[in-house]
Write a protein that binds this ligand. Structure first.
Ligand code: 3NM
Length: 519
């Protein structure tokens, strides 16, 4: 088979160690995986003697050949030749690509591991058929991996390959990929210019009690977009359209009264529940990850707020995120104090590697941390003085949203929000919001409530939430009885409630005070 016609979508890499294979028979597992739909197999055995490798390779080849599935050998060009298989996979420290090609000839399938941009570009230039790009996530299967690059690192490599004109080289991602994350990884690794051709897995199949079923399940997932991706036509959204649509969305949300599941911090639980009630959603303030699957089935949305976080909370957050992602229900991350401590910086990474967030909202320091910036210093959870110009903030928000393929909101005196294509600034709000606790957190609750009702265009939902929230603050701040932050809070909740009632009664004037610009 010409190597350009090879299907790399569900790539099995074997492992014969007891920790992964258990007491199963390697050949039987590969047979089951091929029956389950594995599209290409790499025999990877770092310890057996050469004669044994050749013998097992021949046995595996009988199975794969019958199914029309290519078999490659890890590292050992001699074994590949002796067993007469379709090709090899080499690492950066193995025999070099050009020599490998010279030995195996033009028709052999030759793949190489690439951990960096430079390695990927060099391998493509040297004529690799495919690249195994990783390590995506840390994995017990291979502990001596060079660096963990995440989906963002894979995407960067794909973009660079496309920019250098290497459209022809095929790519698979490897490292820590399994049925729980494969769809998100395929989605978040893709750059507009180049997508992954597949994923390579070891333990997800080799360690399974039922390798055929595990492979079938993986193949099915790989062939479909993740449930949280809505096929929204990202048409242009103008300020006027937003002003016209926002009240309609609030009305729809208030009438549906969707569940808004808040896993939030100890400080704002009561306030967040009151804000949810005022805007018209139905709050549940459960921090127990074990009940998240039942709650996710109710069709609402999830807020994960990292304030007052603990290691146990992180486990609960990850469980809940997986549950909402599995049914495609909207999720929002509020990485409170993300840049303040090492535990929180690590927490942001773990959450972003553990699932998909439709919206990540935070102040400048938090969003800089989310973007991967080093050396962000946050003193506690407050936003502090801005370090970046508006132009730089817009660039950062847009770039991070495009990379994550989600929506990023950076709050501040001017809010910046983007889905990577459409970017807006918002200048509504009131200074008292900065004088009370939980104003950022409960904006998250408001946005999540809107997303539960407007699932197609989540940027539109988020903008609606911001406008409702900030315009309510403006109206509260000028009320006669409001003398400061203390009297502001109840007036603010009243104004959220009033805007909701106005929307229900088709009174839409409030939205006309939107100070929104498409940038
Ligand atoms: N190569 P699992 S990671 C064989 O980063 C291998 O190059 C890697 O195992 C690399 O699917 C890896 O069980 C192991 O996480 C992947």
């Amino acid at each position: 088979m010409p190597s350009k016609d090879v299907d790399y979508s569900c790539y099995l890499v074997t492992d014969s160690t007891p920790a992964i294979l258990g007491d199963k028979d390697l050949v039987a597992v590969v047979k089951a995986a091929v029956e389950g739909g594995a599209t290409i197999v790499q025999y990877r055995d770092k310890t057996s003697e050469t004669a044994e490798l050749v013998q097992v390779a021949k046995q595996l080849h009988q199975i794969t050949k019958r199914a029309g599935v290519p078999l490659l050998i890890n590292d050992r060009v001699d074994v590949a030749l002796a067993a007469g298989v379709e090709g090899v996979h080499v690492g950066q420290d193995d025999l070099d690509l050009k020599t490998t090609r010279r030995i195996l000839g033009p028709d052999a399938i030759i793949g190489i591991t690439a951990n960096t941009l430079e390695e990927a570009l060099e391998a493509a230039r040297d004529g690799a058929d495919y690249l195994g790009i990783g390590t995506v996530y840390a994995t017990p299967t291979k502990e001596n991996t060079k660096s963990i690059i995440g989906a963002a690192g894979v995407q960067q490599i794909l973009t660079a390959l496309a920019s250098a004109g290497h459209d022809e080289v095929k790519t698979v991602a490897i490292g820590g990929i399994n049925a729980r994350n494969v769809q998100r990884i395929m989605y978040q690794c893709a750059s507009p210019e180049k997508k992954l051709d597949g994923v390579a897995v070891v333990s997800a199949i080799m360690a399974s009690d039922d390798p055929k079923d595990a492979t079938q399940h993986l193949c099915k997932l790989i062939s479909q977009p993740p449930p949280f991706v809505t096929p929204v036509s990202r048409g242009k959204l103008t300020r006027d359209e937003l002003v016209a649509k926002a009240p309609v969305i609030v009305k729809r949300m208030a009438q549906a009264k969707p569940l808004c599941h808040n896993m939030t911090n100890l400080v704002v639980q009561n306030f967040a529940a009151n804000v949810a009630l005022a805007v018209g959603s139905s709050p549940i303030m459960s921090n127990n990850g074990l009940e998240a699957a039942d709650l996710a089935a109710l069709g609402g949305s999830l807020v994960i707020n990292m304030g007052t976080t603990t290691p146990e909370m992180r486990e609960n957050h990850l469980r809940a995120l997986a549950a909402y992602n599995a049914v495609g229900s909207p999720t929002l991350l509020d990485p409170v104090g993300a840049g303040a401590t090492a535990h929180r910086r690590e927490g942001v990474k773990a959450l972003m590697a553990g699932g998909f967030f439709d919206v990540i909202k935070g102040n400048e320091g938090e969003i800089r941390t989310v973007s991967g910036a080093q050396g962000v210093k946050q003193h506690g959870v407050d936003s502090g003085a801005s370090q970046l110009s508006l132009e730089d903030r817009i660039r950062l928000v847009k770039g991070t949203a495009a990379r994550e393929r989600n929506i990023i909101l950076m709050t501040g005196s001017t809010d910046v929000i983007s889905d990577g294509e459409r970017t807006f600034t918002i200048n509504n709000g009131h200074p008292y919001l900065g004088e009370i606790t939980g104003s950022g957190c409960t904006l998250g609750t408001t946005i999540a409530s809107m997303m539960a009702a407007e699932r197609e265009d989540k940027l539109l939902a988020a903008l609606t939430g911001i406008l409702m929230y900030e315009i309510a603050a403006e109206r509260a701040g000028v009320r006669e009885e409001v003398k400061g932050p203390g009297t502001f809070v109840p007036a603010f909740i009243d104004e959220l409630y009033r805007i909701r009632q106005e929307c229900v009664n088709n009174e839409t004037r409030w939205a006309q005070t939107a100070k929104v610009d498409l940038v």
